[in-house]
Design a protein around this ligand. Structure first.
Ligand SMILES: NC(=O)c1ccc[n+]([C@@H]2O[C@H](COP(=O)([O-])OP(=O)(O)OC[C@H]3O[C@@H](n4cnc5c(N)ncnc54)[C@H](OP(=O)(O)O)[C@@H]3O)[C@@H](O)[C@H]2O)c1
Length: 242
């Protein structure tokens, strides 16, 4: 398949978990993918299907790192066709236990970095470009202990609507994929009891897989969604939909 043939794609938080699945899927669809991570070593572009994944060491919460990434892509390709902002952190802190550090780190990455990444990227995006944000159904429901996280994801949903409106005249679409519980490192610390309890709240009876979130991101990134902007696709087994 080549739904993203020759599309220059930047996946912020693009190694491992949902972001890793997005990077690999996009590359198999023909994209030249730049995937950022704090941890992984820089790599030359590695072929994946018809495209490639090029890992760049960068901290998504560091604006200087992000500017360096934009400069590299500008010098190598002159443009970004698809931006995916996937990096995010989620920590348990019920009201009464919310520290300033928890608040600042969560909003700092999930909202502040997302805003300044989008603002930096639009300088090198052209008509036909797409922005796909990774939100969460936590922004729509009131999960005990995850108030700050949920508020960041509600902000992501809100920015999707505003930016879709602001960028429509430039021919750039903006949409959000909102996963429900998905089997990644973010869920790895959950006990079997918690996992079973979560699964029992999901109509389809199980957690999602990263590749299922990537499939929705691919739809929104590709021309197949050419008349869709400002929209949210939930990939949650129905958890927040019924
Ligand atoms: N898993 C779920 O159940 C679930 C449900 C709904 C929404 N989501 C959302 O999906 C996205 C990906 O989550 P995931 O499940 O794939 O989790 P994950 O495996 O823990 O990946 C988290 C991503 O965020 C980056 N990141 C984490 N902390 C960071 C920090 N302090 N500074 C900079 N980057 C940081 C990581 O980059 P590095 O490579 O640098 O570590 C990684 O790319 C997040 O936005 C999350 O909110 C997940």
């Amino acid at each position: 398949m080549s739904r993203l043939a020759n599309k220059v794609s930047l996946v912020i938080g693009g190694v491992g978990g949902i972001g890793g699945a997005v990077s690999q899927r996009f590359a198999r669809e023909g994209a030249q993918v730049y995937a950022t991570s704090r941890k992984d070593a820089e790599s030359k572009p590695e072929s994946a299907g018809m495209g490639s994944v090029h890992t760049i060491r960068a901290d998504a919460s560091d604006n200087a790192d992000l500017q360096r990434v934009f400069e590299q892509i500008r010098s190598e390709h002159g443009r970004i066709d698809v931006l995916v902002f996937n990096a995010g952190l989620s920590e348990y802190a019920p009201l009464g236990d919310i520290s300033e550090d928890h608040f600042d780190r969560t909003f700092g990455l999930n909202v502040r970095s997302l805003v300044f990444t989008a603002q930096g990227a639009i300088d090198i995006m052209q008509p036909g470009g797409t922005i796909v944000l990774i939100g969460s159904i936590a922004g729509d429901i009131g999960t005990k202990g995850y108030g700050v996280y949920g508020a960041t994801k509600a902000a992501v949903r809100s920015f999707t609507r505003t930016w879709a409106n602001e960028l429509a005249p430039k021919g750039i679409r903006v949409n959000v994929v909102s996963p429900g519980p998905t089997d990644t490192a973010m869920m790895a610390n959950a006990s079997q009891e918690v996992r079973d309890a979560l699964s029992s709240m999901i109509p389809l009876g199980r957690m999602g897989r990263p590749d299922e979130v990537a499939a929705a991101a691919l739809f929104l990134a590709s021309d197949e969604s050419s008349f869709t902007t400002g929209a949210e696709i939930a990939v949650d087994g129905g958890m927040a939909q019924i």
